[in-house]
Design a protein around this ligand. Structure first.
Ligand code: PLP
Length: 391
């Protein structure tokens, strides 16, 4: 096994060497003040990345899935109604978690490849005159289909009828890579993890809570212990966790936040858009289409590419791994075998992306698909050289 090639999966993402080294540190006493020098820059940095002035930030030793659970258990009680769309594997799994927690889940089914149907949200919310819906859940970026939903429009649907529900947003594959506005969109809970935009290994669930979401915790009756944000908040006030913090990962997060903020979030977002545009031009040059149904839905962090009817898209992923030592993402759930995914988020340059596109082309040609070697690479090259990255 070789570790020389970058990965092109939508998380975990490539780690900058400096971030990797920052995770690798000697043991410290996590109850000594030195830990505060890691903790507080992490909390402040995450708040900036979320574009919030005063969100309550919490970091748990968990993954994005633990972040989902943090959102639900700290704000809701069994039987509470939540509104959520299912348009891919990740929204599906969050729905499953809601159901297992005994919530009353109103599901809006949307075709995979489509975004959150905000018109339907608007109708449902307007009809809910007695305000039974306590929370509206939204997956900002469906990593399974490469579809970005319009969170501002979800907030708009809520505001249009003055609905008091909370807005929970899964930003696991968007935060730190795509535009995300905690305050601007009126988000009550934002959920992410360490292994996507933050360029770290998996192991941290990172969440932001609004004052409203914190207040909901006072009456929320779902059981919670490990993920109780009130215990976390008390710990943070003393530079500590209620249990042992994952110090090395947090030291890595401190550095990755410094890197993102030094590049500037606007530049980080523009870099992801540029790299994604190159990938999309390559896909078009291959004569293929994205799973995402229209350009407004295109994700800047992952592209799910439909392969011709009768062809198993997973073969591309297998061949890339076995022959070229490169990782792409397989199709999940409803689109398994129909799409393969190119992750293009995190620590990535034009040059790295071109190598990924070149590898995908070799695999497709090896497997007999009607693709010309170099066609997608050339399309991306033309675009990258005419829109040089800001350095
Ligand atoms: C990766 C991902 C998750 C799950 O995160 P884990 O860290 O694997 O628990 C949730 N939602 C989205 C949109 C994701 O991309």
């Amino acid at each position: 096994m070789s570790f020389q090639n970058p990965v092109f999966i939508p998380g975990p993402t490539n780690m900058p060497e400096a971030v990797r080294l920052a995770c690798y540190m000697p043991t410290i006493d996590h109850r000594a003040p030195i830990f505060g020098g890691i903790l507080h820059p992490c909390l402040d940095g995450v708040r900036k990345v979320l574009k919030s002035d005063d969100a309550h930030i919490f970091i748990f030793p968990a993954t994005g899935t633990g972040g989902w659970e943090t959102a639900l258990t700290n704000t809701l009680s069994a039987g509470d109604k939540v509104l959520v769309a299912r348009n891919g594997m990740f929204s599906h799994r969050w729905i499953d978690m809601c159901q297992r927690h005994g919530l009353d889940v109103q599901i809006v089914e949307a075709p995979w490849g489509h975004g959150i149907p905000t018109d339907q949200y608007a109708d449902i919310l307007a009809a809910d005159s007695t305000h039974q819906i306590k929370a509206v859940l939204a997956t900002h970026n469906e990593t399974a289909t490469g579809v970005k939903s319009d969170i501002a429009a979800v907030r708009g649907a809520m505001d249009a009828c003055d609905h008091p529900a909370m807005l929970f947003v899964d930003g696991v594959s968007s935060i730190g890579s795509m535009d995300f506005q905690f305050d601007g969109w009126g988000v009550d809970v934002a959920v992410t993890g360490s292994q996507k935009g933050f360029m770290l290994p998996a192991g941290l669930a990172i969440v932001g809570f609004s004052d409203k979401a914190m207040a909901a915790g006072e009456s929320a009756a779902l059981p919670r212990t490990f993920f109780d944000v009130r215990d976390m908040e008390k710990g943070y006030a003393n530079n500590a966790f209620p249990y042992t913090p994952p110090v090395g990962l947090m030291n890595g997060l401190k550095l990755s936040l410094e890197m993102l903020l030094e590049e500037g979030m606007d530049n980080v977002i523009a870099r992801h858009t540029r790299i994604a545009n190159g990938v999309r031009l390559a896909v078009a040059a291959w004569g293929m289409e994205l799973c995402a149904a229209s350009p407004d839905l295109y994700s800047d962090t992952v592209s799910a590419i439909r392969t011709p009817e009768g062809f198993d898209a997973t073969d591309i992923v297998t061949r890339a791994d076995e022959v070229y030592g490169v990782a792409f993402g397989v199709g999940l759930g409803d689109v398994a075998g129909k799409v393969f995914r190119i992750g293009h988020l995190g620590s990535l340059t034009d040059v790295m992306m071109l190598s990924g596109l070149a590898t995908a082309e070799m695999c497709m040609v090896d497997l007999g698909l009607d693709v010309k070697l170099g066609s997608g690479v050339a399309a991306a090259q033309e675009y990258y050289r005419s829109t040089p990255a800001k350095r």
